[in-house]
Design a protein. Structure first.
Length: 65
């Protein structure tokens, strides 16, 4: 899951106190992660799961794919 934050141009969307991360792993899995910023360089993951088709379209559109 951590590799989503550091590889393949993740996309982020903030909503209130949480942030959504959309990204792809090196193995090709598309992940949707909800997390909260704690401090510089630290975050608390609330949940993570495979993206659904709507989220994949959003991610690919934002990346220009």
């Amino acid at each position: 899951m951590e590799e989503v934050f550091f590889a393949n141009s993740p996309q982020f969307r903030k909503s209130g106190e949480v942030t959504y991360a959309f990204g792809q792993t090196r193995a090709g899995r598309y992940l949707f992660i909800v997390f909260k910023h704690l401090s510089r360089g630290r975050a608390q993951v609330i949940t993570a799961r495979a993206m659904d088709q709507t989220e994949k379209r959003y991610y690919k559109k934002r990346r220009g794919l």
